[in-house]
Design a protein around this ligand. Sequence first.
Ligand code: 5GP
Ligand code: ZN
Length: 105
Amino acid sequence: MSDCIFCKIINGDFGTEFVYENEYAVVFKDINPKADIHLLVVPKKHVESLNELDDEVLLSKLMLTVKDVTKKEGIKSYRTVINTGKEAGQEVFHLHIHILAGKMK
Ligand code: 5GP
Ligand code: ZN
């Protein structure tokens, strides 16, 4: 979507460094980290939130991406968070999985 900040990041508009990338998703550092390590796993396809995700393959690939990037980065212990909906704290309406590790800030 043209006015979506994560679509722009995926498109390379801001030169954001990707920690990891595969066919389905990119992973980059959160700009306002809430833990020592705070990564975002973002599907390349624009999906507003988990509520709009009906692609079983993409759903599983996103979780497998969490596994792959944490393994690659040597992150053994981590939390995953998906904020869904404004009241739950979702600010960017392009689905993403937070990976949080180390001390929370
Ligand atoms: P949400 O609250 O929607 O679950 O999470 C959105 C996250 O995206 C926030 O943690 C916020 O810091 C991060 N974020 C928002 N804009 C940008 C950006 O332009 N670049 C990066 N790297 N992270 C962003
Ligand atoms: Zn988007």
